[in-house]
Design a protein around this ligand. Sequence first.
Ligand code: FAD
Length: 408
Amino acid sequence: MTTTLTATTSAATTDPAPADLLDVDFYDFQTRLTDTEQHALRGIRAFLDTEVRPFADEHWERAESPRRLVPQIAELGLYGNAFPETQQFDNSAVFRGWVAMEISRADPSTATFIGVHSGLAMTAIAVGGSDEQKAEWLPILAAGEQVAAFGLTEPGHGSDTAKGLETTAERRGQEWVLNGAKRWIGNGAFADLVVIWARDVADDQVKGFLVRTPTAGFTGTKIERKQSLRAVENADIVLENVVVAESDRLQRIDSFRDLAVVLRLTRADVAWQALGVAVGAYEGALAYAKQRMQFGKPIASFQLVQQKLADSLADITASIALCMRVSQLQDEGEQRDHHSAMAKAFVTKRMREVVARSREICGGNGIQLDYGVARYFADAEAVYTFEGTYDMNSLIVGRAITGIPAFV
Ligand code: FAD
């Protein structure tokens, strides 16, 4: 400890590192990871730099999910690395947060694909499935042999799904019949398994169903002309008398309250993902500022540009601190809904400001894909909205502060 202090102090007083050499992890938060985790993170970063980042713009322009990556991502152990059944080595929520950040930093669409398949769908099975359901699904999803989706949002219900969910489930003997519609479902047009959330007409409670596709009465249609997270293939889903066996109903989910446990966990992941979007944009802007010449100097030499970079790094640093703490709380078993909600709301707000500043630093080139910022700028909007909008997450925190729910 003493050695570190001395070294740091002497570096700070005698040899200040130029700002452009400093990593975004300004306060060395990553030193909290174990050696194994740091090593794994470096390997993941190298994979992202060679296999994901160089192709991200192309996928984005074509509005195509990078499905060729599915087996490679599985090999890296990135699906289901939170669950004892499928994790490749013992790791912390803090580590998984940094992984989500790194993936998003390379490509927010790839991060969202993983967030839907592994975060939402696999977590729903891990939290709500029986031992048999977990044994059947988690290993094949972790191996990338099948792709999963998570169908909660409906055309008429986004923020108010808890109360408003209209898709119905009617039990007939050992089977259920599902009817309704879903909107915005990531991977929903091609997934092999879609976790569908529907209201039981008998007791009015929300339950989860493992819908194996293709199946009669199920259609998933890709949503076209999206301008954010274009490389995520979202779908409109229609369910017309879709029959699901009782053995494919998530056995440990009896109400929306149980589903909220899944969202509590995944919302914190989205905070890390938003951090990655901010970092990706900030790094693009920094690189641009160093090479773009105006008035005979790199624009990075102007005070107002440095102010924007400093503000962005401060936003990123504060976001890292909050993300770290919410994941530590998860590791300690103390994470509550309002912790995740505050992290998601705060970090996505900071992200929005960082991507806007980064875009501004790049001038006109900031709106073109070739200059490394525009994709993050556009993608930030969807990340700001999904897994609970800024408003809804603020209201969850507001309820914790006042004890008064102000949703309606
Ligand atoms: P609305 O709920 O209609 O909200 C519109 C506006 O009204 C928002 O600003 C909101 O904050 C505000 N508002 C609503 N109620 C209140 C209130 N009480 N007080 C104050 N303001 C309020 N869903 C899935 O189930 N699975 C997925 O895989 C999935 N992936 C997605 C991917 C993308 C790219 C996107 C854009 C969405 C995805 N979603 C998915 C849906 C997402 O979770 C919803 O878009 C989100 O919850 C918001 O719902 P909404 O779009 O219907 O907006």
